[in-house]
Ligand binder design. Structure first.
Ligand code: ADP
Ligand code: ZN
Ligand code: ZN
Length: 674
């Protein structure tokens, strides 16, 4: 009798353990996929183990139905990494491993599978990249590159460099030394925004004209993503530039991971498996014994704490790389002591006027899109609330609609107050559209461009818009965070920041930290080539440390102070956190569920002495209570170490699953909004 064989398979299904299937045919390998029966359904599974016995009765064990082995199996390294991520973020292995494959590879193969696979393998058209002249590195850049080059094994390096200090050039040279050692090596280069990939991509291509470079982000079609994924998986491509999703790519010869703008919030997934691509990048590098480089002008406090404790190595670029470039001078203007024209101080108006006269470019930054955040009735005080959320619907003048930025609800703007019939409805506050309108009234002859999510919906719109700024076809650029990030504008000498106060006074404990990062980033767009540059901030809080630190471009001053405060308060990053969130049709149901979950947590604490120091807080309603007709509550738990929190969560997760509640819930490990 021939030996029976079995495979262990994971599926993209919550709370489902590893399943065993019988092998009837074929030569399955760990890392191959297969189609398996699951009840009445057929599902795509990933083979994570082989064995010659089954834990369950071999007769009950069903055979798999189709082995998918036309591509190289996923590597043991990749499997180990996804397993880690699953355990860490409290999901099943299958959820993490399969959900993060491109759609083509996580679907059951159709009749044209083989033909499609062949098409995915067609080579990329060789784009003739013009080779860039090689710059001579300055001493700080040189030191950074050499330090990493000499390093063996795992190392997490923080490249802290002011904007324009030549971080990108340093990344390229670090890649050089990786390829010198092994021309077949592969590099993973994470960026926060898809808008930054084209610019970076052309720079990387110019530096490595004979390497294959592929990108991965949400702007690509399923086909393009699958093609890029396969090119990395089969090692036909050496460099993958991508947004957070790229951290899960299969990169068999991974030798270096770069995370640019590592502080950026977009590295943290907001729903589904709430992973941090930045944190996973460090973990992945550690598992492989390679170097990870985290670059930023304003590293996150977590990262900064790690450099201060010595777990990460700090590399500093303290000045701008281009000789003539200067850091902009800061002026904070208090709107209470200043004449305002439509909400903009005359000092700012004058500065913009001067900038235009000099023929230079100016950026006006505010973090709020739309025309006005709310409209109100002058007679009865009615406000444009969203009917589905506990927030206001934003007035979008160009579309003559009220739009909720949280749930997408939209309604034609009212001509009369829906409550009292009064026709006098006025917008309150200003978003980018209104500022654009104001400045085009002030400077009708200026070429004004607005860049925000609304103006960049169409494919390539953002790329074209940024290109026109680079080409000098724009005098004043108005925009949200999108304008603050990454771009190397040559002729911008003035940056104006409106409405940063909302962030400074927000209840979010990280409000100030984020405001600082925003300010440093946007300030970094100015003075990249020229000799003078200015940043004007309209704020009522000019005496705060944040502005001292910004004036001195002194991130360390700010970050060290903030860390000291956090340590005093035993707040993150000095404590590890997880958040259980729940939503229901009304908050009482959500809170009731969270209370039961809290009891389970307390029971675990009582049972294991190890968890004596785990803190379970009271369930509370979220600050933004209702979104899309769901009311939301949260429950925070904290522990002194990540490892202990993880062990606790594993037990707790099972207990919460056991509650079998109809309430929708999820766990967010290392939440960023607590
Ligand atoms: P960052 O990524 O830190 O914002 P970049 O790498 O984009 O900075 O560099 C900013 C500018 O300085 C770019 O125009 C780049 O070509 C230039 N640059 C970088 N390193 C050098 C160098 N060693 N010598 C001259 N120019 C440099
Ligand atoms: Zn009214
Ligand atoms: Zn809404």
């Amino acid at each position: 009798m021939s030996q029976e064989r079995f495979v262990q398979v994971v599926l993209d299904v919550p709370a489902l353990p590893i399943l065993t299937y019988k092998v009837d045919e074929g030569e399955p390998r760990v890392g191959d996929r297969c189609v398996v029966p699951l009840g009445a359904r057929r599902e795509l599974g990933l083979i994570v183990g082989l064995s010659d016995h089954s834990d369950i009765d071999a007769k009950k064990c069903k055979p798999y139905q189709r082995l998918i082995n036309e591509i190289t199996p996923l590597s043991a390294q990749w499997l180990k990494f996804t397993k880690f991520a699953a355990d860490y973020y409290q999901h099943t292995w299958g959820e993490v491993a399969l959900a993060n494959l491109p759609q083509f590879f996580r679907s059951k193969p159709g009749p044209r599978y083989i033909a499609s696979l062949a098409r995915l393998r067609t080579p990329y058209k060789s784009s003739k990249a013009k080779t860039a002249p090689r710059l001579t590195l300055n001493d700080e850049q040189e030191l950074a590159v050499e330090t990493v080059k000499k390093h063996c094994g795992f190392g997490a390096f923080v490249l802290h460099g002011v904007t324009g200090s030549g971080k990108t050039e340093v990344y390229l040279r670090m890649m050089d030394s990786v390829f010198e050692k092994n021309p077949q090596a592969q590099v993973l280069f994470l960026v926060p925004e898809i808008n930054l990939t084209p610019q970076l991509e052309s720079r990387v291509r110019a530096h490595f004209p004979d390497k294959e470079i592929v990108t991965m982000h949400s702007g690509l079609s399923h086909g393009q993503r699958a093609k890029a994924w396969l090119a990395m998986h089969e090692q036909r491509a050496q460099v993958l530039i991508g947004t957070r999703m790229a951290i899960f790519a299969s990169v068999p010869a991974l030798s270096l991971v770069i995370v640019d703008e590592e502080h950026d919030l977009s590295y943290k997934a907001g729903d589904g498996i709430r992973y941090s691509a930045r944190d996973l990048a460090v973990k992945r590098a550690q598992m492989l014994g390679i170097v990870v480089v985290l670059g930023s002008a304003t590293p996150s406090l977590e990262t900064w704490a790690n450099t201060r404790s010595g777990s990460y190595h700090l590399l500093t670029l303290s000045r701008r790389a281009v000789q003539a470039a200067v850091m902009p001078q800061l002026r904070v203007i208090d709107p209470r002591h200043s004449t305002l024209i439509k909400g903009i101080s005359t000092d700012i108006v004058d500065a913009v006027k001067d900038c235009l006269l000099r023929g230079e470019q100016c950026i006006i930054f505010l973090n709020r899109r739309g025309y006005a955040p709310v409209i109100t009735c002058t007679s009865c005080g009615w406000l444009s609330k969203c009917p589905h959320c506990s927030t206001y619907a934003v007035y979008h003048k160009d579309r003559a609609r009220l739009i909720c930025h949280h749930c997408g609800w939209s309604h034609p703007v009212y001509r009369r107050c829906p409550d009292c019939g009064n026709v006098d409805l006025i917008p309150m506050g200003a978003g980018t559209q209104r500022v654009e309108e104001t400045i085009s009234q002030l400077w009708p002859e200026a070429r004004i461009l607005r860049i925000d999510r609304d103006t960049t919906q169409r494919k390539d719109a953002a790329e074209k818009a940024f290109a026109s700024v680079h080409a000098g076809d724009v005098d004043i650029l108005v925009g949200t965070q999108m304008v603050a990030k990454g771009h190397d504008f040559q002729n911008v000498t003035l940056v104006v920041v409106l409405n940063i106060d909302a962030q400074l006074v927000s209840a979010n404990p990280r409000g100030e930290e984020r405001a600082f990062a925003n300010l440093m980033q946007v300030a970094g767009r100015a003075g990249r080539a020229g000799s003078r540059a200015e940043i004007l901030v309209q704020s009522r809080f000019g005496d705060r440390l944040i502005f001292q630190a910004l004036a001195a471009q002194n991130y360390c001053l700010f970050a060290d102070r903030l860390l000291q405060e956090r340590q005093g308060e035993c707040a993150a990053p000095f404590v590890s956190q997880a958040l259980l969130t729940a939503d229901a049709s009304d908050i009482d149901k959500a809170l009731e569920f969270l209370r039961l979950a809290a009891q389970q947590a307390e029971a675990i604490r009582a049972r294991y002495t190890e968890f004596a120091d785990v803190t379970v807080y009271d369930p509370i309603p979220m600050a933004l209570l209702r979104v899309a007709d769901r009311e939301r509550g949260q429950l925070l738990v904290e522990a002194n170490s990540k490892a202990r929190l993880n062990r606790f969560l594993r037990l707790w997760y099972q207990a919460v699953v056991g509650l079998k509640s109809a309430v929708r819930w999820s766990i967010d490990v290392d939440p960023i909004d607590v």
